[in-house]
Design a protein around this ligand. Structure first.
Ligand code: CAA
Length: 381
């Protein structure tokens, strides 16, 4: 697979990297410490087209490609895991299903505000009793006399949930049909009967908002059914195939960021009258860490290119997420070890990177789910 970047891709990568260094890195520690959503950064990213990278210009997108999007998330994650997941959840989990499954009216109504960052998007699939077993949806959607849908139930662990104004939400329209009875809806924050519930206090990605969504007789107009009735589970699965590229890119950036920090620190820190980098253990550790992240990069970019080319890529995105997430957890943990006692303090970013990396093994399908997807794609029964 050819990963030679085009001139445009090189240009946008440079722009994302400079933005990450100049606008994102300086806030990373503060938003983690204060558990504060970086709205100011989101506004700036919207103006630069970073919230609609691979969508056509006619809907307000930047007209870029999926690899550029992955590189954007990667560059952001090198310095701030929170900012990276805000972009990933918004793009992959809300903009993408509307673009891929929406009617022309839905696309014209919702995409311009989402892709310009005027509105933030979220994805409501997970429920207290439907996590890994996503087909066990308990939220219901019942048609009323006007043909509109009345939603009742709740969702949990919703990334961007507090700030999102447009949400793609899943609910059971016919319980007797199992996963074929699930439908997808576009919900606006101000629909009566919709509210935001409990906010989670998390180990990592602490600046991102994660909360419950509550539906109490929430009326969703019939025009806001996304796809057809009963297609919701497939829409969710296809959306997660794409979403996993974003999370894999987030993990990739976190691991690479930790390698960068460790390379710098071990050349400064002196013990036993030598720089840490002069010890063979350090050199071998850094070599292994970089190699793992480089391998992750190939998997992430391959999945992105396949999605862009409309080739089947579900297995590729699962492999990319599985490998990058486990690599990021290992590499960030090793970085903390190389920093020693200082690595365990908040004076250096590696402890934050280690906390942020852990979630990439859990959300948008745990590593175990990725293994299920991969083994099923291999035909293993
Ligand atoms: N694309 C299209 N269709 C798909 C599909 C895909 N990738 N995967 C499965 N399907 C279809 C199947 O073909 C099947 O169709 P039929 O019923 O017509 O035959 C149907 O969906 C059911 O498939 P399975 O039998 O494989 O489904 P399952 O119940 O065994 O579940 C699973 C499989 C892989 C475990 C799935 O439930 C899953 O991915 N779970 C994890 C959910 C997840 O990732 N949640 C994260 C939520 S978002 C988040 O993390 C938060 C955030 O905001 C960042």
């Amino acid at each position: 697979m050819d990963f030679h970047l085009s001139k445009e891709q090189e240009m946008v990568r440079k722009m994302y990297r400079e933005f990450a260094e100049n606008e994102v890195k300086p806030l990373a520690e503060e938003i983690d410490e204060e558990e504060r959503f970086p709205m100011e950064t989101v506004e700036k990213m919207g103006k630069l087209g970073m919230l609609g990278i691979y969508f056509p210009k006619e809907y307000g997108g930047a007209g870029g490609d999926v690899l550029s999007y992955a590189m954007c998330v990667e560059e952001l994650a090198k310095v701030c895991g929170t900012t990276a997941v805000i972009v990933s959840a918004h793009t992959s989990l809300c903009c993408a299903p509307i673009f891929e499954h929406g009617t022309e009216e839905q696309k014209m109504k919702y995409l311009p505000d989402l892709l310009s960052g005027k509105k933030i998007g979220a994805f409501g699939l997970t429920e207290p009793n439907a996590g890994t077993d996503a087909s066990g949806q308990q939220t219901t959607a019942v048609k009323n006399e006007n043909g509109d849908y009345v939603l009742n139930g709740s969702k949990c662990f919703i990334t961007n949930g507090t700030v999102a104004e447009t949400l793609v939400v899943f609910a059971m329209t016919d319980k007797t049909l199992g996963n074929h009875g699930i439908s997808a809806f576009i919900v606006e924050k101000n629909f009566p009967g919709f509210s935001v519930g409990k906010h989670e206090k998390k180990m990592g990605i602490r600046g991102s908002s994660t909360c419950d969504l509550i539906f109490e007789d929430c009326v969703v107009p019939k025009e806001n059914l996304l796809g057809k009735e009963g297609q919701g589970f497939k829409i969710a699965m296809q959306t997660l195939d794409g979403g996993r590229i974003g999370i894999a890119a987030q993990a990739l950036g976190l691991g690479e960021g930790a390698v960068n920090e460790a390379v710098k620190y071990t050349q400064e820190r002196v013990q036993f009258k030598k720089r840490l980098s002069q010890f063979q253990n350090t050199q071998f550790q850094l070599a292994d860490m970089h190699t793992r992240m480089q391998a992750a990069q190939y998997l992430v970019y391959a999945a992105a290119v396949k999605k862009q080319n409309h080739e089947p890529y579900g297995m590729d995105s699962a492999m990319a997420k599985l490998f990058a997430a486990e690599a990021a957890s290992d590499v960030t943990r090793r970085a903390v070890q190389l920093f020693g006692g200082y690595g365990y303090t908040r004076e250096y970013p590696v402890e934050r990177m280690m906390r942020d990396a852990k979630i990439t093994e859990i959300y948008e399908g745990t590593s175990e789910v990725q293994r299920m997807v991969i083994s099923r794609a291999l035909g293993v029964k």
